[in-house]
Design a protein around this ligand. Structure first.
Ligand SMILES: Cc1cc2nc3c(=O)[nH]c(=O)nc-3n(C[C@H](O)[C@H](O)[C@H](O)COP(=O)(O)OP(=O)(O)OC[C@H]3O[C@@H](n4cnc5c(N)ncnc54)[C@H](O)[C@@H]3O)c2cc1C
Length: 427
């Protein structure tokens, strides 16, 4: 029997691709979906922060469209940055027009200097702060990348490595930077310029469609121990289950902590992996439209959240009602220490931005914690991750998904990795 641990998108995809094989799918929560779940409150839908389907692989896109049937719509990104009291289109580095003139000058001049440096073919530094300076120059780093990324990662950017940024942070050409500085249109940039999203019922429609296709899922089943020598799993309810191979999608440090007899250096390497947590402050609001954007970034330290997502701008919410999320990044220990006042302070800060006005009535305010949100790319991860993944494979435990592989992966990646893990265990 093949045991799949976790019924998020990676585990569900693995199960889908194991059709015909003997497997069991265990999920600790009461329903499948993992991070791709949706709550309904006061007639409004709230995902776990913005969950939009961006694709790089046409095959995965086709499969998702098939799973969703008619329940999807294609959207063109509407995203901005709110900084120095001005809203500019995303990405910041291609749209400085409208910002104070000194800021525009700093950004263009710094970028030009970075371009001149690039002609000397110096290698990019491997730390994140150095990479931003090398790639975008001092002005963009100071006015956007440093404050925004500090807010998101909650640590000195020199402690982080830059091996995740090349695909997710678009680098415009010099002529695009100049065009963006004088207010000319530039073409959409980045992996997320278009996306699909379900017409109804939120992002959970996708795991629901997959769950319907894979057969029984054993929910409320938390894995607590793995005994690799005996090839046995132990669940919280005490049940012991024999397996042949495991596809594991739970966070890597959680998985390794559960493996009985794991060498001390493996445990230490796994427990040294770090992540930030995200607190989603969910707002339901009645009143006039708040913004037409799908999301807005807030790089400045005066606002506790780094992004606001407007769920109701990509699904039909009841007339005159809006659902929003303010996303706040916290170290895991900060997440545990947070008090209930954090919701009110975020709401007050959001009012200060001017988006929420006296004509708006707050119908719903709640906080939803994601203890594992963004994994930290640092030297520890770079040094130890390949060894940890190889060690697990040696035990016939196959990690799949964003937290089991400990990477900055998308829903598309989770689906692909589930399929790849199924192929590997079949092989
Ligand atoms: C703030 C934020 C915004 C994001 N926005 C986007 C976006 O716009 N677009 C996009 O494509 N991706 C986005 N992502 C990434 C996306 O959510 C993930 O890539 C994807 O959902 C990961 O799926 P997964 O199956 O790997 O992990 P998960 O969804 O975490 O699933 C793992 C499952 O394992 C279960 N589990 C854990 N421990 C145990 C245990 N001991 N026993 C049994 N079960 C267990 C969990 O309950 C969970 O259901 C975002 C992520 C975050 C944090």
């Amino acid at each position: 029997m093949i045991a799949i641990i976790g019924a998020g998108l990676a585990g569900l995809s693995a199960a889908y691709h194991l059709k015909g094989k003997e497997f069991r799918l265990f999920e600790k929560e009461a329903r499948p979906g993992g991070l791709a779940r949706t709550e309904k409150q006061d007639g409004l839908l709230f995902d776990r922060a913005g969950h939009l389907l961006h694709f790089r692989d046409a095959k995965v896109k086709g499969w998702v469209q098939e799973l969703l049937g008619d329940n999807w719509l294609a959207h063109e990104r509407r995203a901005t940055i709110f900084s120095q009291g001005v809203e500019t289109p995303y990405p910041f580095q291609a749209h400085t027009y409208g910002l104070p003139k000194e800021t525009v000058r700093d950004c263009v001049q710094g970028f030009l200097e970075a371009c001149l440096q690039a002609e000397r073919h110096l290698p990019a530094p491997d730390d994140l702060a150095g990479w931003f300076l090398h790639t975008f120059g001092e002005g963009f780093a100071r006015h956007f990348f440093f404050p925004f990324n500090y807010k998101l990662w909650r640590r000195d950017l020199r402690e982080m490595t830059a091996d995740w940024v090349s695909w997710s942070v678009p680098r415009p050409s010099l002529s695009e930077v100049i065009a963006g500085a004088i207010g000319l249109q530039t073409s959409p940039m980045g992996y997320n310029s278009t996306f699909l999203y379900p017409r109804r019922d939120g992002i959970e429609s996708l795991p629901r469609a997959l769950a319907a296709a894979v057969g029984p899922i054993e929910t409320n089943r938390e894995l607590v121990e793995v005994h690799p020598k005996e090839k046995m799993l132990v669940f919280e309810d005490g049940e012991k289950v024999r397996y042949r191979k495991v596809i594991a999608t739970l966070p890597l440090p959680e998985l390794i902590r559960r493996i009985q007899g794991a060498p001390a250096e493996i445990q230490a390497a796994a427990q040294g992996l770090k992540q930030v947590s995200v607190l989603c402050i969910h707002l339901g609001v009645a009143g006039p439209p708040i913004s037409k954007q799908h999301w807005i970034y807030f790089p400045e330290p005066g606002f506790p959240f780094y992004r606001c997502g407007f769920y109701s701008n990509y699904y039909p919410a009841p007339a005159g009602r809006h659902s929003l999320v303010l996303e706040l990044s916290l170290r895991p220990e900060e997440l545990l220490r947070r008090g209930p006042e954090i919701q009110e302070s975020c709401l007050a800060a959001f009012r200060e931005t001017g988006f929420l006005q006296s004509a708006h009535r707050v119908l719903h305010l709640s906080a939803l914690a994601l203890p594992y949100a963004y994994v930290i790319y640092d030297r520890h991860r770079k040094k130890h991750l390949p060894r940890l993944l190889a060690w697990l494979r040696g035990l016939e435990i196959y990690p799949a998904g964003r937290y089991a592989r400990w990477e900055y992966g998308t829903m598309e990646d989770a689906l692909s990795q589930g399929r790849e893990a199924a192929a590997e265990v079949r092989g």
